[in-house]
Design a protein around this ligand. Sequence first.
Ligand code: ATP
Ligand code: MG
Length: 388
Amino acid sequence: MSSAPEVLQNTAQTYAREAIKFDSQGSRGTAIQMYQKSIEALIKLTKLYPNESHTQLYIKHAKRYQERIDQLQNTSDSPQDKRSDSQSGVVEIVKSTYDDVILQEKPNVSWGEIVGNEDAKKALRESITFPSMRPDLFPLGWPRGILLYGPPGTGKTLLAAAVASDIDGHFMNVDASTIMSKWLGEAEQNVAKLFKSAKHMLDEEGVVSVVIFIDEVDSLFGRGGNSSDTGGESRVRNQFLKEMDSMSDKGKNLALYVIGATNKPWSLDWPFLRRFQKRICVNLPSLDARVEMMEMYTSSLKIDESIRLSDIANSLEGYSGSDIRDICQSVQLQVVSKLFERGSPTEDVQPECITSEHFFEIMEKRKPSVSSEMLHAYSTWSDNYRAL
Ligand SMILES: Nc1ncnc2c1ncn2[C@@H]1O[C@H](COP(=O)(O)OP(=O)(O)OP(=O)(O)O)[C@@H](O)[C@H]1O
Ligand SMILES: [Mg+2]
C-alpha cells in the first residue's frame, strides 16, 4: 500500500512527466500548467513531511520547474525558435537532476581526524591509496570493491572521505536511496550511467583514478531494499554486478574503486558480497579511542581542572563516535543555556567550567544508540564474512 508522502510524490511526478512531454513537443501553455501542478505537489510534500529524506531534492526540482516556467513565459512566439529552445531546456532539466545526486566534490578529511579504526585505515590505504599512486607495482591488480560495515555513527563515511582526500583523483559520492528515487528515472540506468561516466573520465579525460562511494548500499542492493516497483531491486542489483565485473574484464586494470558502506550487512547477498573482496568492520571505539575522542572534542571547551577524561571515556563504553561527539556538544549547550537563562549575557560573561558531573548527567539521559543485540549481530556476521 502507498504511504501518504508516496501518493503526493506520485502526483508530483506524473505532472512533471507530463510537463516535460508537452514541453518537448513545444506545447508551452500546457507544459506551464503541468509544471505548476507539479510544483504545488512538491511544495505540499516539503511542508507536510519536512523530514522526508528527499526534501532537498523536491525543493531543487520545484525551483528548476519554476525556472523553466519563467523561461517558457519569456520565450519568443516565433514558431521556428520554439521547438529547439524547448528541447534544450528539457534536456537541461533531465540532465541536471542526475548530476545533483552524484556529488563530485572532493572532501577534505585527513586520516588524523579519524580516531581508531586502524584496520580499516590500513586496508583502505593498501587497496586504494597505494595502487593509485603506483599502479605499476601491482601487476596482479587490486581489490575493486571495499565494503565498510558496522554500527551507525562509527566513522564509515568519514573513512571514505579520508581515502578520497588522499588520492589524486575523482570522488563520486552516490547516495543509494536517492539513486533509487523515482525522480531520476530508472535506477538501473542510473547505475549504468554512473560507471560509464567513471570510465569516461579515466579513458578520455586523463583522470588518474576514480572512487565511487555508495553510502547505505543496502538500500540499493539489499534484500528488501526500498524500491517499491516489483522486480526493480533485482534489476538494479544485476546491473551493478555486471558493472563490477566489467571493471576487471579483459585483464585491464582500471583505476576505478568502489567503496560501499552499510550498517545492515546481513541484508546483502553473496553475489554482491563476493565482488567486495575486502569487507571491513568499522566498530565502536575502544577505550583508547574514546579517550582520544574526548580529548579531541573537549579541546576547544572550557573544562574544569579536576576533570578526568579517562574516567568519562571509561563510562562511555558502548557509545559510538557520533554519540560521543553529540554528548560533548550537549554538555556545552547546557552550560551555555544556563548563562542565557539568567538573562542576555554580556561579552565578558563566561559559562561555568565543565565538570565530570555535567557529562554523567547527559549520559544518564542519553543511552548508546547501538544495542547489545545489534553488536552481537555484527560480530556473528563478521565471523562469517569479514575479509581483511
Ligand atoms: N572514529 C571516529 N573518529 C572521529 N570522529 C568520529 C568517528 N566516528 C564517528 N565520528 C563522528 O561522528 C560523525 C558521524 O560519523 P560517520 O558519518 O562517519 O558515521 P557512519 O559510520 O558513516 O554512520 P552511519 O552508518 O550512520 O552512516 C562524524 O562526522 C564524526 O564527527
Ligand atoms: Mg555514513
